[in-house]
Design a protein around this ligand. Structure first.
Ligand code: SAH
Length: 399
């Protein structure tokens, strides 16, 4: 294994188990590691600190192990089993009502650069680093061991996430298909809290479904009875289906993607709701909310895509969150609820709350925070890597 030697006094963050080595902390590289190779990381005095995947870029090493040897043949199996056991511990793997969840959440599961979502036996893998991309066959083998007969397929969807480097063939496709698994449509119906959803991992966004909103959707369901609901940035209608199941009088769903809106209609029908309780709009959510008459809705969900993908975009993103939330708060009927979210990692809880505060102040209405919302436990956050916390939301009560 080639060796990365840190500059003097640059080992602090590794000693606190932060899983990244920045290129600026490196004093010397012994050997000629290729991108994605395993390297050992040593302090300036030569003490071995950790091992990880090497990559050229600002994050030079993504740590896989502070103690165990990641070259041991059962490494992937042990790590995936740990991830599985965590999901098992809070009842996700055995549930009769939910058969989809995130199995691996990158750094949160000690596997930086790797996402694996589980859809009733189909694992969709996304590598965000060269090392994980190169390890995908070994990861697929480990998935077979962890899930056994339950595994129907493993689909690699890394073309949009793995860094494009010479020699990497970024073509999505199946790494494994169990005998009899039919893939003509690349989609199946999963259950989430008893609600049915079509997931298409090939054509859908990310791995096909936003598993991180499971608990927040349930919260919407609990408050939806008798309400007129507006679901902005609805994607395939997760919040809409829960609202209908919770007894909403009517739900309007809005997304700019026609493909997503087609899925919303199919998901509403799949769950047995009649079309008179639901209307789909393929539209820009910001234009849509501006044209809504005051008080037309008494529950509004605002779940936009990440407005800031990097620190440089932070200021504009905060302004966009403020504008969007000001419109939502201004329009909701007195006594109404607003569920508002941000999935931008660089926008922290405090900054988001401040943007929503400014939006409320702009509206001049009485607004109370009833709850603070988060990503669920299968999107686990490594306490040594707070950057893993990305989804935040507020439940507002507006008078
Ligand atoms: N709430 C969804 C996830 C939202 S992801 C769920 O529970 O599954 C963000 C969505 O916003 C995507 O579906 C994307 O197509 C949509 N989107 C992005 N920009 C938009 C815009 N300007 N207007 C409406 N929808 C938009």
């Amino acid at each position: 294994m080639d060796k990365v030697i840190l500059k003097p006094r640059r080992e602090e963050s590794l000693l606190r188990f932060h899983p990244w080595v920045f290129s600026g902390a490196i004093g010397q590289i012994v050997g000629h590691p290729a991108e994605g190779d395993l390297v050992s990381v040593c302090a300036a005095d030569g003490k071995l600190l950790a091992c990880g995947h090497y990559q050229i870029g600002s994050i030079a090493v993504r740590i896989l192990s502070f103690d165990e040897d990641p070259t041991l043949p059962d490494f992937w199996e042990r790590m995936l089993l740990r991830a599985f056991q965590l999901r098992d511990a809070f009842g996700l793997t055995q549930s009769a009502r939910t058969n989809c969840y995130r199995l691996v959440h990158g750094e949160g599961d000690g596997l930086p650069g790797l996402i694996i979502d589980y859809y009733d036996g189909v694992c969709v893998l996304q590598a965000h680093s060269v090392g994980m991309f190169r390890a995908k066959t070994a990861i697929c083998e480990a998935l077979k061991t962890v899930y056994g007969e339950r595994l129907k397929a493993v689909y690699d969807k890394s073309s949009g996430t793995a860094p494009f480097k010479a020699g990497l063939e970024l073509v999505d496709g199946y790494l494994y298909k169990a005998d009899g698994f039919v893939t003509s449509k690349d989609e199946l119906v999963v259950l989430e809290n008893g609600n049915k959803f079509l997931v298409n991992w090939q054509e859908g966004q990310k791995t096909g479904f936003f598993l991180d909103q499971r608990e927040n959707r349930a919260a919407v369901g609990r408050l939806a009875e008798g309400r007129h609901v507006l679901n902005l940035f609805c994607y395939t209608g997760g919040f809409s289906v829960y609202a209908l199941a919770g007894g909403a009088a009517h739900v309007d769903s809005v997304d700019s993607s026609q493909r997503a809106m087609d899925m919303v209609d199919r998901n509403v029908a799949l769950n047995g709701f009649t079309p008179d309780r639901h209307t789909s709009y393929c539209a820009d959510a910001i234009d849509f909310i501006k044209k809504v008459p005051d008080g037309a809705y008494d529950l509004v969900i605002v779940d936009p895509p990440a407005f800031a993908k990097h620190r440089g975009a932070l200021k504009n993103a905060l302004r966009a969150y403020q504008r969007l939330n000001a419109a939502a708060i201004a329009k909701v009927a007195p006594g109404g609820f607003v569920f508002t979210f941000s999935c931008s990692q660089v926008v922290d809880k405090e900054a988001f709350a401040l943007a929503v505060f400014s939006a409320a102040a702009e509206s001049g209405r009485s607004v109370r925070i009833l709850d603070r919302l988060n990503q669920p436990a299968d999107h686990s956050v490594n306490i040594y890597h707070p950057e893993g916390e990305y989804l935040k939301g507020l439940l507002l009560y507006v008078e």
